[in-house]
Ligand binder design. Structure first.
Ligand code: BGC
Length: 341
């Protein structure tokens, strides 16, 4: 709202009472309808157009920016597999270094296609990333018979509200306040839903992995290029928790606790475990969880750092390893589709 046009009743201002506000102030505040954030529509349209141009120029070529030649999944031979009778969605995981995707059986969490991986384009601007996602979905479509309305769930390393990417800590700033659901739907021609990557991994771990049956307050902490966090209470997700950016020693905690920080700083597992421990202790002090599930590529090497952690809560490695982000994104897309019905 334009500050000059905003009418303020002085008797309503908390400061005027000197008591920090009263119940009626609170009622007045909640009376005001929250203005939903509206992204710039033309940005999504432009990015979708650019992605389509990239796809036309390089439909499935190994010299495209995302280099499909790096995809280790063997080329599919023969007809696509029928998935009649199965609940299926495509899961995509956009990371700082790679984009991974597969078709997922929503009832078992199993992958029905190969797990494809290409390097994240540099720069990781929306159009280039969307073109990579479209190429991956096309590859998956050759392996499994996708219905036209099979949804695509996309895990993204940032805050997502109503399909809009609101932060971009480890990706191109072009994603800031970008209507990603809309732009991707224009290019993929199927329903698309973005979800924070750590939230996606958490959803999958709670349903099919290390968090099955775990109640109370549970954190999934993903350690990769950044540090992701997902909070569950009795299995219910509280989305977009950004604990990688809580301040520790004057800096974003993920600058020391992310898996990439160990490599970037060239420090030992022991030294890095102590930095991670400091981050987990700070989280524990505020939230008192029963359980930390540690995900991301490093969860394969959990014996190198979990025994060194000193938090009170139980700490266990994630079970689905590299697949959690893909599986959870697919599950979230399906859930959103049913919410929309
Ligand atoms: C981002 C989070 C993300 C995490 C892991 C952080 O820098 O802010 O949204 O979940 O990295 O990718």
């Amino acid at each position: 709202m334009d500050a000059e046009n905003e009418k303020v009743d002085p008797s309503d201002a908390a400061g005027a009472k000197g008591d920090g506000g009263s119940a009626s102030d609170w009622a007045a505040a909640v009376d005001k309808p929250a203005v939903p954030f509206k992204p710039d529509e033309s940005q999504a349209v432009e990015a979708a157009k650019e992605a389509e141009e990239l796809l036309e120029a390089e439909p499935d070529r190994s010299d495209a920016s995302d280099n499909l030649a790096d995809d280790k999944a063997p080329a599919h031979q023969g007809p696509a597999m029928s998935i009649t009778g199965r609940r299926v969605a495509i899961g995509v995981d956009i990371g700082g270094s790679g984009i991974k995707a597969a078709a997922v059986d929503l009832d078992t969490g199993a992958m029905l296609s190969q797990r494809h991986r290409v390097p994240t384009p540099h720069p990781s601007a929306p159009a280039a990333v969307i073109a990579s996602v479209a190429r991956l979905v096309k590859r998956i479509g050759k392996e499994v018979e996708l219905a036209p309305d099979t949804a695509v769930g996309v895990g993204f390393p940032g805050v997502i509200t109503s399909g809009v990417t609101r932060t971009a800590a480890n990706v191109d700033p072009g994603w800031l306040d970008f209507d990603a659901d809309a732009a991707m739907e224009r290019v993929l021609h199927r329903p698309v839903h973005l979800i924070n990557d750590a939230d996606a991994a958490g959803v999958a771990e709670m349903r099919f992995g290390a968090g099955v049956g775990r109640r109370g307050t549970v954190f999934l902490i993903t350690l990769g290029t950044g540090t992701g966090s997902a909070l569950f209470y009795n299995g219910m997700l509280v989305p977009n928790l950004e604990l990688g950016h809580m301040e520790i020693r004057g800096r974003d905690a993920e600058r020391r606790s992310a898996a990439a920080a160990r490599i970037r700083r060239g420090i030992s597992w022991k030294a890095w475990a102590s930095d991670l421990d400091e981050h987990l202790l700070a989280i524990e002090k505020l939230f008192w969880p029963q359980l930390f599930i540690i995900g991301g590529g490093v969860s394969k090497r959990s014996e190198r750092f979990i025994p060194r952690l000193t938090v009170r809560a139980e700490v266990i490695p994630a079970k689905l390893l590299n697949d959690a982000g893909i599986v959870g994104a697919a599950m979230a897309a399906d859930e959103r589709e049913h919410m929309a019905e």
